[in-house]
Ligand binder design. Structure first.
Ligand code: NOJ
Length: 740
């Protein structure tokens, strides 16, 4: 029997309460049992996430609390889904109640943020996108899927597909970057791999989030309002979701904010007209955490009862964490204010996915699951290392890197070099810092015999630079200094927007002082967002800058392999680095304006910073150099039904093997709406041996060169186009072609 039929049959046997239970998702609650110890878990978690309370202290306090896993609600059939439960035994316990102790035995959806690993953590999603390597994306999803599934998770709140153009927004770290085409590619691979069923039934249902345009929050301030044209919505923000839906994503998570005045959670136009009717989505919509009740705070529902009705009627099938559906839907039906058919429809969608994703076909026995597949296995760590190496981006290099074998005394400075939690990075709740490879550890592990690696703390990513003298003294000993600067893990991620994009605290001053020791210095950045690090770029005392992001469990080893030259860096930026936070949102594919920024006074620019970004989209250096040669367009005039075919020759002009991401952009020169100065349309990552040349061929149907016109209709307009091929969005070769 098909999943739809099985769902229908089950629905016919359910009470109203049981149906509403399927529409509800909640996490466990905690109560502290120690007398005299006031438990305020929300405050503790908030303090931990702001770096005010050490994670270990939070864990210690939580261990003293009693957790309520809501077994009674589950047994009564009043709760059908759990959120963010990730200890195997607890998942097994709640699933046991649902399957064996509730009347209908419906298994729970266990939804968790598996966005970059489960126990073995991979680079942050932003870092992962910098690999421009879909095999890396696939490996991350496959590994995360295996570990999460073996632990009992069956649903991931990922991929996160918010186009992010503003470095101030903390959640840029979770995003696939600023480009829509790249995000579409990533969306497809992640959804397919998370949902692909392995022989033993291993798979996760994926959910595309956050619907929609969360990355466009005003001023980059998290949870803020979004006022956006429909053209932008269709052209920039919707396509990655369309790609996820086409790949079969089972769920979509609506976003916290209001879009043009209406909270996404209760936005019927968005959740029903656009998502279902226009985009053909056939899964279910889950709200973001507590977003149903936040409709009241938005000022768009009088109370939680109304918020529940408006959200459900808009097309929001499942309420995450508010428990407003559980509290009010039955009352609303009884009062004649809500049709039971709306509840039926939502329950049908959810149950269909439970059948489709094999929840009813799995044996729920804890202990059996992980046979032969240990979490954090050597193999999984190896995968994280291989992927991690491909995500770091070399931003500057005067030749100091890779570290030469004559260098025998290496000094590492900066607390982040040893800070496992920071190297692991944000959005890693299911992982643990304990197994993280530090930079100090990695540099020692890969050091050649006879090379000594020393570490002094010197400074942190905060205001503590008390170790300046000690660091300078130690630098006097060293042949090379590796200074590790950037952000702690809690400085990016949810609710972690920053107005100032400089290195926080005293880091800039510290580094400036340190290079006055005249010891060759490399800066490794550990951070979640594009930072305003122009002072490092301009400082001649800093020989190299490696953007190391937060690479996860193998972070320190990945960085060490790059610094020693065991791996030739190949990552390229997927977000523009602005010179100053005040330039944000800064992104490469903006329209030209009537007065494009230049040296001339009356042009679009800020007078106190360069017009060009610090580092453009697509930028990243290698230990070798690539030269771009013959760039050919097969046919310069194509019809709207035809495909543009072009090729470019790329040669490794240096002396070591290296990978290059060849990028192809277009520009529609004259159109009825102002078009971006460049739009990424294709890319290919290739490996070239020294002296080797490869012809990279691209095919681009004219159909993909259109845009949403002023009436929001997709059109491909005939006329002149530019075609660019190059190593980043600025360094390109140029050709002209026409659509006729
Ligand atoms: C809130 C976040 O916005 C969302 O991305 C996440 O999936 C949920 N919390 C559950 O953790």
């Amino acid at each position: 029997m098909t999943a739809d039929r099985r769902a229908e049959e089950l629905l016919g046997r359910m009470t109203l309460k049981e149906k509403i239970g399927q529409l509800s998702q909640a996490g466990s609650t905690m109560t502290c049992t120690l007398p005299g110890f006031e438990a305020d878990i929300e405050t503790w978690v908030s303090e931990m996430l702001q770096g005010k309370l050490p994670k270990e202290e939070l864990d210690r306090r939580l261990a003293m609390c009693k957790e309520n896993l809501r077994e009674d609600e589950i047994a009564a059939g009043e709760l059908g889904n759990f959120v963010n439960l990730y200890e195997d035994e607890k998942i097994a316990a709640v699933q046991e109640v649902a399957v064996h102790k509730s009347r209908l035995g419906i298994p729970l959806f266990i939804g968790v943020d598996v966005i970059r690993g489960y126990r073995t953590m991979f680079p942050t999603p932003l870092a992962l996108s910098c690999s421009w390597d879909m095999e890396c994306v696939r490996i991350m999803a496959a590994t995360a899927k295996r570990e999460a599934y073996d632990g009992g998770v069956n649903w991931t709140f990922g991929p996160m597909l918010d186009i992010a153009r503003d470095g101030r927004w903390g959640r840029i770290v979770e995003s696939p970057g600023e480009d829509t085409y790249l995000a579409c590619r990533i969306a497809k691979v992640q959804v397919e791999e998370f949902q692909r069923e392995e022989e033993d039934g291993c798979r996760l249902m994926a959910s595309a989030k956050h619907f929609i345009a969360y990355g466009a929050v005003s001023g980059g301030q998290d949870y803020n309002t979004v006022d956006l044209s429909q053209r932008q919505l269709f052209e920039v923000y919707l396509p990655p979701f369309r790609a996820a839906i086409e790949a079969g994503a089972g769920a979509v998570m609506s976003a916290f904010h209001d879009l043009n005045g209406v909270p996404c959670t209760m936005n019927r136009w968005l959740l029903t007209d656009i998502l279902r009717k226009q985009m053909g989505f056939r899964g279910f919509v889950v709200s973001d955490a507590e977003a149903v009740k936040q409709c009241v705070t938005h000022g768009c529902a009088a109370d939680e009862r109304e918020a529940a009705r408006l959200s459900l009627e808009a097309g929001g099938d499942m309420d995450m964490s508010s428990l407003d559906y559980a509290k009010y839907l039955e009352q609303l039906v009884q009062a004649g204010e809500l049709e039971e058919a709306v509840i039926d429809e939502a329950a049908r969608r959810i149950l269909t996915k439970k059948f489709e994703f094999g929840l009813f076909d799995r044996e729920y026995t804890y202990g059996r699951l992980r046979d032969g597949q240990p979490m954090l296995s050597e193999e999984h760590r190896r995968r994280s290392l291989e992927v991690g190496k491909r995500c770091a981006v070399l931003l500057k290099n005067d030749g100091i890197l890779p570290i030469r074998s004559e260098v025998k005394k290496i000094l590492i400075v900066g607390a982040l070099a040893e800070d496992k939690q920071a190297l692991l990075g944000p959005w890693a709740f299911t992982g643990s810092a304990e197994p993280v490879a530090t930079i100090v550890g990695g540099m020692k592990k890969y050091a050649e015999e006879g090379t000594e690696v020393r570490y002094v703390r010197g400074f942190g990513a905060d205001a503590d630079c008390s170790g300046f003298e000690e660091a300078c003294e130690a630098a006097g000993w060293a042949d090379i200094v590796i200074a590790v600067a950037g952000e702690k893990e809690y400085m990016s991620g949810e609710a972690a927007s920053r107005a100032n994009l400089h290195l926080a605290g005293c880091q800039e001053r510290f580094l400036d002082g340190l290079v006055r020791m005249h010891v060759p210095t490399v800066v490794v950045l550990i951070n979640g967002r594009p930072l305003a690090v122009g002072c490092l770029q301009e400082n001649p005392g800093i020989g190299a800058i490696l953007e190391g992001w937060h690479l996860g469990t193998e972070c320190g080893n990945a960085i060490a392999e790059i610094l020693y030259g065991h791996y030739n860096p190949s990552g390229k930026l997927t977000v523009t680095f602005a010179n100053e936070g005040g330039q944000e949102p800064m992104y490469y594919n903006h329209p030209n304006t009537g007065k494009p920024g230049s040296d001339f006074k009356f042009t679009s620019k800020y007078q106190d910073v360069p017009v060009r970004p610090l580092y453009p989209f697509g930028y990243g250096l290698s230990y070798t150099t690539f030269s771009y040669g013959e760039f050919l367009v097969e046919k310069e005039r194509i019809t709207r039904e035809e495909t543009l075919k072009c090729s470019v020759k790329v040669r490794n002009a240096g002396s070591c093997a290296g990978e290059e991401t060849v990028q192809l952009y277009i520009r529609d020169v004259v159109a009825s709406c102002a078009r971006p100065v460049k739009e990424l349309k294709r890319f290919e990552k290739i490996l070239l041996q020294p002296g080797e040349e490869q012809e990279v061929r691209f095919e681009l149907p004219a159909e993909e060169m259109g845009f949403y016109d002023c009436c929001c209709k997709y059109v491909v307009e005939p006329g002149e186009f530019r075609l660019y091929a190059g190593t980043d969005s600025e360094n390109v070769l140029e050709r002209t072609f026409y659509i006729v």
